[in-house]
Design a binder for this molecule. Structure first.
Ligand SMILES: [Zn+2]
Ligand SMILES: [Zn+2]
Length: 178
C-alpha cells in the first residue's frame, strides 16, 4: 500500500490540473476533422476573388491553406480543450457533455467550485485550510472556453475579415497596371 501522495487527513482534495488522459481514437479523428474543415471553407470564401477578381487559383489555394490552417489549428485546440473540460477535476472520470454532477465523486461539474488561499499555493476543490494553514477562499468559476482562446479566435476572425475586405477594395479599385 502506497500512501505517499495521499493528502493529509483533513486536507481538502486538490484539483487535478495536469493529469489529462490521452484522447480516444474517435476524439482524435474529430480533432483532426475540426482542424482540417476550415481549409475548404476558406477556399470557398475566396473563390469569388479568383473568378471575378485578380487572384489566381494558386493564390486562393495558398491563402486557404494558410488562413484555413490557422483557423483549423484554433478549432482543433478548442475541441481538445472542450474534451478535457468534460473530465472531472477531482476524480478524473469523463462524463458526457452537460452532466451536472460527476458520477464518480458527486463533484459539481456545472459550477466547478474551486478554492485557494491568498497566496494561491494550490487549487482545492472544497473549502477548508491550505497546506500553509491559511483559510481557502472560493475562486471565480472558470466556465466556457478559456479567455485566451476566445481572444485568439476573435483576432483570427478579424484578420480574415480585414483581408477579405482589403481584397474586395483592391478589386473595386481595379488592377493598377493596365
Ligand atoms: Zn469526479
Ligand atoms: Zn497556501
Amino acid at each position: 500500500m502506497d500512501h505517499e501522495d495521499a493528502p493529509a487527513p483533513g486536507t481538502p482534495p486538490r484539483a487535478v490540473l495536469h493529469r489529462r488522459p490521452p484522447l480516444t481514437s474517435r476524439e482524435r479523428r474529430r480533432a483532426v476533422l475540426a482542424g482540417l474543415a476550415p481549409i475548404p471553407v476558406v477556399a470557398l470564401l475566396l473563390v469569388p476573388f479568383a473568378v471575378w477578381g485578380p487572384a489566381t487559383a494558386g493564390d486562393v489555394i495558398g491563402a486557404a491553406i494558410v488562413y484555413g490552417g490557422l483557423l483549423g489549428l484554433a478549432a482543433g485546440f478548442v475541441y481538445v480543450d472542450r474534451v478535457h473540460a468534460r473530465q472531472c477535476p477531482r476524480c478524473g472520470v469523463r462524463s458526457p457533455r452537460g452532466t451536472a454532477t460527476c458520477p464518480g465523486c458527486a463533484y459539481d461539474l456545472a459550477e466547478r467550485p474551486r478554492f485557494a488561499c491568498d497566496q494561491r499555493h494550490v487549487v482545492y476543490l472544497e473549502p477548508g485550510l491550505c497546506d500553509c494553514g491559511r483559510r481557502l477562499q472560493p475562486l471565480p468559476t472558470a466556465r466556457g472556453v478559456g479567455r485566451e482562446i476566445t481572444l485568439m479566435l476573435k483576432i483570427g476572425a478579424w484578420l480574415l475579415a480585414f483581408l477579405l475586405g482589403m481584397g474586395f477594395l483592391l478589386q473595386l479599385a481595379g488592377p493598377a497596371g493596365g
